[in-house]
Write a protein that binds this ligand. Structure first.
Ligand code: FAD
Length: 639
């Protein structure tokens, strides 16, 4: 087992980041001009990092697989972004945001990183306002806030239900400015298919031009991965269909450790599954829980319509079980509570796998116009998908896979275990522990990209200035490119009978069934065997139409699904090894009498960081012990 060096600077928590920033090595303006950085991903994390690094003088190559950087999955984010500005004067502070995040994550994240995140959160809002992001404002013109789950203050800044879109347009405009300045070279429709190491150090990538099918080589002094989450390992998720694990999986195969892969967030308010051939689930933002009340009928197998069920025959089960937080309990808690009600026979709708989210009281109190100004586009989306009008009848919702807290292990500098390889945004193992609080992903992505990486990468790059640049004719690039080519050729020439989606759906079934909202030892063990079989039949029987030398969406998907299947195995190992329940990781063997997650702090106050140990071998576990000096670990309670 390797001892992981988290590089947390010394000193007290409150001054740690400020002091560290003032003492870390700098790269002079003249030297920055000589250095190149590859940034994979143009979501909030990647676009903000590329723009900021270019502004500082570095030369950036920016990649995304979409046809425009603006189409990164971040554009879909709805509800808002947190910051401890305390504009509402309701008692918020840096410490409180830090504390809420640590507690919300069930004490499975690093104090230093989380405190830093809370500390820079206010800067993000200032930065975005300066870019012209149209955050909601109250009547007097001040920025408005709402609440998200797991907190008792209002600290979420928002732009209706389109916060991600507006923030991404801000980051994209900053990126575009640097493209126009010649400091960023933009490669859209390019997919990174391998990481190139020279003497164990990240020096470049192999990317496939998705239009021409050509493999291309790019070298740099450092590589930054900002490639988003891997929730699509469950097939059905709220993520964009293209979201995948490939970039970080290639990094994992080259020595980057994968941390806490089994920590998957299941979001409580999504439109329920309606049929077997569905390929996407739609989120109804958590912001709706500010005004919507969740309930099920008190009687099992109720078949009256919701308006036919009187108040005294409804069970507002979150308000009943968690009076202090009510409908705004964190996502893991709200999701499990919905599952428990449905599994016990109180679910509604045709499948019985749904609960009501009801706005009647809010509309009566606040008026339809106010509700429309807060959530109008979400109501419209719900209406278009289901045909029901939420102004008149409650929404039907059910939990769905939404966010992955796991990802590449990074130290305080956001560097992985591969020197020169950095990971930011959702694709690192992040600051959210075992359960992310709502509206904290946008905060983390932009904190990493605008305010943290631009400083910390200097620590590494200050040692690069005297090194000569690796040429793309280096044999490491030859080897890497030839491996990528072999795999593509295999996939395209394999004359199997089964399409990619069949394998992907099967993968999703296995993962949801055995490594989903709740897990147990027997199920997880059986999942390992099922995933091995699935992997074998994939490589034997996969069928990909078309050719490799032009646009081929099935070929793209095949590579991603192959990686997701392997990831599934590591997720299951992780869930099996963690003999406790914490946050979103619910092991049925470890629960309190009331059915809440039961942590085992003595043995598991740590990060699991998995290392690739060779093809078809089990991954190797490494452990980072988490030290808590500023908060005491308690049983999480929202009652
Ligand atoms: C429906 C929905 C709503 C959400 N709402 C909120 C919210 O209100 N508040 C909040 O805080 N969080 C929200 N989240 C979570 C949040 O949106 C994401 O965590 C965040 O946007 C991720 O940003 P990112 O920059 O890390 O990655 P992404 O935005 O996913 O960007 C990934 C980038 O990497 C590129 N990429 C990936 N792989 C490769 C490759 N191999 N080669 C080249 N390029 C590659 C992609 O092209 C893309 O540009 C929501 C999530 C969903 C699913």
């Amino acid at each position: 087992m390797v001892k992981l060096k988290s590089q947390i600077p010394g000193g007290d928590l409150i001054n740690q980041w400020t002091n560290y920033k003032s003492s870390l090595p700098l790269v002079s303006p003249a030297n920055k001009q000589k250095l190149e950085i590859i940034v994979i991903g143009t979501g909030l994390a990647g676009a903000s990092a590329a723009a900021s690094l270019a502004e500082m003088g570095y030369n950036i190559k920016s990649f995304c697989f979409q046809d425009s950087p603006r189409r990164a999955h971040s554009i879909a984010a709805q509800g808002g972004i947190n910051a401890s500005k305390n504009y509402q004067n309701d008692g918020d502070s840096t410490y409180r945001l830090f504390y809420d995040t640590i507690k919300g994550g069930d004490y499975r994240s690093r104090e230093s990183n989380v405190y830093r995140l809370a500390e820079v959160s206010g800067n993000i809002i200032d930065q975005c306002v300066a870019q012209g992001v149209p955050f909601a404002r109250d009547y007097g013109g001040s920025l408005a806030n709402r609440s998200f789950g797991g907190v008792q203050v209002s600290r979420t800044f928002y732009a209706r239900g389109q916060t991600g879109q507006q923030l991404l347009l801000g980051a994209y405009s900053a990126l575009s400015r640097q493209i126009a300045n010649g400091k960023v070279q933009m490669f859209s429709k390019h997919e990174m298919l391998d990481l190139v190491l020279v003497d164990g150090v990240a020096k470049g990538i192999i990317a496939r031009n998705l239009i021409s099918g050509k493999l291309e080589r790019y070298s740099a002094n450092a590589v930054v991965l900002a490639t988003g989450g891997y929730g699509n390992v469950y097939y059905l998720s709220t993520n964009a269909m293209g979201s995948n694990v490939t970039a970080i999986w290639k990094a994992y195969k080259k020595g980057a450790y994968f941390a806490n892969p089994c920590f998957t967030q299941i979001h409580p308010t999504c439109i329920p599954v309606s049929g077997e051939y569905q390929s996407k689930l739609t989120l109804m933002s958590e912001s709706l829980r500010n005004d919507g009340r969740i309930w099920v009928p008190q009687e099992k197998n109720e078949n009256r319509t919701p308006d036919g069920i009187p108040e005294n025959e409804r069970d507002y089960y979150l308000e009943r079980r968690y009076p202090a937080f009510g409908n705004l309990v964190p996502r893991d808690i709200a999701s499990r509570a919905a599952k428990e009600r449905c599994d016990s026979g109180f679910g509604v709708g045709a499948t019985g796998q749904a609960v009501y989210l009801d706005f009647k009281d809010a509309i009566n109190t606040l008026g339809k116009d106010t509700i429309s100004s807060r959530y109008g586009n979400l109501f419209e989306m719900y209406n278009k998908i289901t045909g029901d009008d939420p102004y008149n009848t409650p929404m039907r919702i059910y939990p769905a896979v939404h966010y992955t807290m796991g990802g590449l292990w990074v130290d305080y500098n956001l560097m992985t275990t591969v020197p020169g390889l950095f990971s930011i945004g959702e694709c690192n193992f992040s600051d959210h522990g075992a359960n992310r609080l709502g509206a904290s992903a946008l905060m983390q992505g932009l904190a990493d990209g605008y305010f943290i990486l631009p400083y910390t990468i200097g620590t590494y790059l200050s040692n690069e200035i005297n090194k000569s640049k690796v040429d793309i004719s280096h044999e490491a690039f030859d080897r890497s490119e030839s491996n990528v080519l072999d795999r593509i050729n295999y996939l395209i020439s394999n004359k199997g009978n089964t399409s990619i989606d069949v394998f992907h759906r099967e993968l999703g079934n296995i993962m949801w069934e055995h490594c989903g909202m709740s897990r147990n030892k027997a199920g997880l063990k059986s999942a390992i065997d099922k995933l091995k079989d699935l992997k074998q039949s994939f490589w034997k029987d996969v069928k990909i139409p078309g050719k490799a030398d032009n646009l081929n969406l099935e070929l793209e998907k095949a590579g991603r699904v192959a990686d997701l299947i392997e990831l599934g195995e590591v997720m299951v190992h992780d869930a099996l090894q963690r003999e406790e329940s914490c946050g979103a990781h619910f092991r049925e063997e470890h629960q309190t009498k009331e059915g809440e997650a039961l942590r085992n702090d003595e043995d598991f106050t740590n990060v699991f960081a998995w290392a690739h140990d060779g093809e078809d071998l089990d991954p190797k576990l490494n452990i980072e012990k988490l030290i808590f000096e500023n908060v005491s670990l308690t049983q999480r309670s929202y009652k």
